[in-house]
Design a protein around this ligand. Sequence first.
Ligand SMILES: Cc1ncc(COP(=O)(O)O)c(C=O)c1O
Length: 379
Amino acid sequence: MGFSTDAIHVGQEPDALTGAIVKPIYQTSTYVIEEMGKSKGYDYARTNHPNRQALERTITKLEAGHAAYVFTSGMAAIDSVFRLLRPGDHAILSQAVYGGVFRLTTQLLVQFGMEFSYVDTSCLEKVKAAIKPNTKMMYVETPTNPTMIVTDLAAAAKLARERNLTLVVDNTFLSPYLQQPIALGAHIVVHSMTKYLNGHSDCIGGAVILTRPEDAEKIYFVQRSAGAGLAPMDCFLVSRGLKTLAVRMDRHNLNGMAVAKFLESHRKVKKVIYPGLASHPQHEVAKRQQSGFGGMLSFDLGSLDAAKALLNHVKLCSLAESLGGVETLISLPALMTHASIPVEKQKEIGITQGLIRLSVGIEDVEDLIADLDQALARV
Ligand SMILES: Cc1ncc(COP(=O)(O)O)c(C=O)c1O
């Protein structure tokens, strides 16, 4: 079946008891068992419940994995993946990785004896140079948040196999509709479902998709032991969002490109970073491995003052963290999403004070461009 058919039907069969076309929300903590050793497949909602199981089935299918587990946030999902490492193990991460992942690894996981290096994974020579005898994992975000650096996933997967590393890909920015990391050779995919998978800015969630049964077993063990599995209502919301993923992403592609072109032609904008533009350094790689360029882009106004002036004058674009929703969100990574990264490190990875991140929504694009145009006039 096609992507949209799977997104609408897999895991979402009509309710066996009532025929409801939408799976009911099983808002219960526990399940009565008929007699010792005889249950209906559920016992306690931390361990599993029907809404979680349904969502995990849909996501497994859409990312073409072996199994998927959903968590209370993208960070909880990502944390579960790093628990595949042991004390003394080393992982290489994209240097411009999401700020929360930088904080998790540099401030929390290092306390448990794991080692991390942050490398520009768009240059595999640099990755090779960073591999050590104890390196076990390569963790790639592509495109990166907010610098939009693209890593060649097929080449990264080849290297990972040659050097016996687990390749983990954060697919949050594109979703499985626009990028299929497992088909390109990734072992594990992670998502902040808070973003495009849910798509409506009304819940926080994360997912891990596995290709190897032994990894799946370990992640399920973390999910039920540490207790960060996603709750019924939130699973319901993401399942509902997934049904329109393809149509939303088609519109994000169109709007993203139109806004990127508008900004690139504006005299006050110093630089636009959007993988769909020929000016993007990895445009060819993006064209090869993505089936669209999505709704995320960044642009530089050259200074913090200019950036603040724009942010203070937009009316339709909302000044807020997060991304991937139907509404357009605008933010200043240096002071917002990536504030947990020290300023020196921010500079090194290309997060300047004038860099603005735009999550282009699915409103009428003329309205978005008009809003940005009037705000740019105030800069
Ligand atoms: C690329 C990326 N990965 C992971 C996360 C973390 O997800 P969550 O906020 O759902 O914990 C985010 C959040 O912004 C993100 O942008």
